[in-house]
Write a protein that binds this ligand. Structure first.
Ligand code: GEK
Length: 243
């Protein structure tokens, strides 16, 4: 996996434009996500353990918005998941090309299917685990319920959706506090104030965070019987929803 350092917003002068998952981003993605999402490495490895707990042989394990396939790889390392069809889906062709070579390099013996498609248009096959790590936040808010309903419809009771998101806090004061702490985290990871400000501007209206209570209500509306937050660091949280 590439380890190029993310300097995308250190050079931009003026309007950074909207954030997109293009080749520049793909080239620095592992560095970018590790230095931007507090707890990312923990979330990915725990995703593998949770996938293993719910994997049912001969069903699919989906990683929706798989980027370079980190969650899929964490699942692929678990023997119980190797009896499932591992499917990664992303609508960025640059991401998928890089994911393909990463998976071939890291797990040449575990076949994974990589699909270049918008997850809103994708038909899902019967699954036991669906992973949505930091992807729902990029889906238009009005399409989120239908996507979760589609996911729920291919799961059986007891199966799992693993959902990680940047979140909004219920109280405006706490929301501001967690944003400040996230920026402190990024500064501690070597990002400058300019890079932090430019990235924030580029993600405005592209990444739409919601509160944990909004996520819980929507999961219940989509037909999940139970859910809980299993990890949170500042304004990033991971939930498990049981079908
Ligand atoms: C990880 N899960 O490493 N259809 C398909 N893909 C999409 C869509 C969509 N509608 N919208 C966004 N994406 C990964 C990280 S990154 C999170 C996920 C981040 C894809 C997009 O192309 C990108 O690869 C991914 O979702 C979001 O755990 O960069 O903050």
């Amino acid at each position: 996996m590439t380890t190029n350092r993310d300097t995308i917003y250190s050079k931009t002068l003026g309007d950074p434009g909207l954030f997109t998952f293009n080749e520049d981003v793909v080239g620095v993605f592992p560095d970018m996500i590790n230095r931007s999402v507090p707890g990312y490495a923990t979330v990915i490895s725990m995703t593998g353990l949770m996938a293993a707990r719910h994997a049912r042989a001969d069903t699919c394990i989906y990683d929706l918005g798989c980027s370079l396939g980190a969650s899929l790889l964490a699942a692929a390392r678990q023997p119980s998941c190797q009896q499932c069809q591992l499917v990664g889906v992303d609508n960025s062709s640059a991401m998928l090309a890089a994911a393909r070579s990463t998976l071939e390099q890291e797990m040449p013996d575990v076949p994974a299917e990589l699909v270049e498609q918008d997850i809103l248009e994708l038909s899902l096959r019967p699954a036991s685990v669906v992973i949505l790590n930091y992807t729902l936040q990029f889906v238009p808010v009005t399409s989120r319920l239908a996507l979760l309903e589609k996911i729920r419809s291919v799961l059986r009771p007891g199966d799992a959706l693993i959902l990680s998101e940047k979140i909004k806090l219920d109280s405006p004061g706490m929301d501001e506090y967690m944003i400040t702490m996230h920026h402190d985290f990024k500064r501690a990871q070597g990002y400058s104030d300019l890079e932090i400000a430019k990235k924030r501007q580029a993600l405005e209206n592209v990444l739409i965070p919601e509160t944990l209570s909004t996520h819980r209500e929507r999961l219940s509306k989509a037909g999940f019987s139970d859910c809980s937050t299993w990890f949170q660091c500042f304004n990033f949280a991971s939930m498990i929803a049981i079908a």
